[in-house]
Design a protein around this ligand. Structure first.
Ligand code: BTN
Length: 268
């Protein structure tokens, strides 16, 4: 495997603005943390920060909650800096939209069926292949900085993911071939840019949400949800238009956002 080839990536990239400003690291603590540092210096909207490896905690970047994200050589670890003029309420939609674009990129470039586990995991055959960590700085109810961190286990081998406490896989393991990282990233960015530009229009958002509804887990299942204060059981039946998960609990509908749950599990 070779280092990410910025030159060939720029040749393939067909976006209007996403990834036009591209910051590359051989090694960085976390591309999300670096993106927030870069965001202090008035970066271009759509700047992408990518690293071959992340080293925040023993070869790991940041995952959701206080978890770490295994980030050895061979993966695709990157963050996008956006300056959206939208309400903070829509951030959970952006996480779902990123997940949809990752799942569709996997499907279209590798012909593998990827699903999204609400709120931020991408799975192939129930094994985690990618994760999204969308972080923001909000001031007076306006988004000041928005960073979307995406980790795709692209060319990781079995040895790389052995010993993880979650059941994981990689695109290379599932497809049997090494995946071209430059093409994959360019494909994803184009998809994401397209969805992101449309989401401000209600009818477009509705059709994007319908695409998400088709690939999202655990809709249609009984679930156990752990929030900060309690453990609840119910039936997950839909996604609301703000990206929250709708669950029937004792005949009442409750909406969960990613920030108010610790975990969600499907009950057999
Ligand atoms: C999760 O599923 O817990 C989210 C994982 C997000 C990992 C990515 S890798 C690139 C970016 N930089 C980080 O430190 N984390 C995100």
């Amino acid at each position: 495997m070779k280092d990410f080839d910025i030159h060939s990536f720029k040749e393939i990239l067909k976006t209007k603005y996403l990834g036009k400003e591209f910051i590359y690291f051989n090694s960085v603590d976390s591309t999300n943390d670096e993106a927030f540092r870069v965001a202090e210096e008035k970066p271009l909207n759509g700047t992408v920060v990518l690293a071959e490896v992340q080293t925040l905690g023993k070869g790991r970047g940041r995952g959701r909650g206080s978890k770490k994200w295994l980030s050895p050589y061979g993966g695709l670890w990157f963050s996008i800096i956006l300056k959206p003029k939208i309400s903070p309420l829509i951030i959970s939609i952006i996480t779902l939209l990123s997940g949809l674009a990752v799942a569709e990129t996997i499907k279209e470039s590798l012909n593998l069926d990827a699903k999204m586990k609400w709120p931020n995991d991408i799975l192939i055959d129930n094994l985690k292949v990618a994760g999204i960590l969308c972080e923001s700085e909000i001031f007076k109810n306006k988004i000041k900085k928005l960073v979307i961190g995406i980790g795709v286990n692209l060319n990781l081998d079995k040895e790389d993911i052995e010993g993880l406490d979650i059941e994981a896989t990689s695109c290379k393991i599932e497809s049997g071939n090494e995946v071209n990282r430059e093409k994959f990233l360019a494909h994803f960015l184009q998809k994401f840019e397209n969805y992101y530009s449309k989401m401000i229009f209600p009818s477009e958002l509705e059709s994007i949400l319908n695409k998400i509804r088709k690939i999202i887990i655990p809709i249609g299942s009984n679930v156990e949800i752990k929030t900060e204060s309690e453990k609840l059981s119910g039936y997950a039946f839909d996604l609301a238009n703000d990206g929250s998960l709708l669950v029937k609990i004792n005949k009442k509908t409750k909406a969960f956002t990613s920030s108010n749950i610790e975990y969600i599990r499907i009950k057999e």
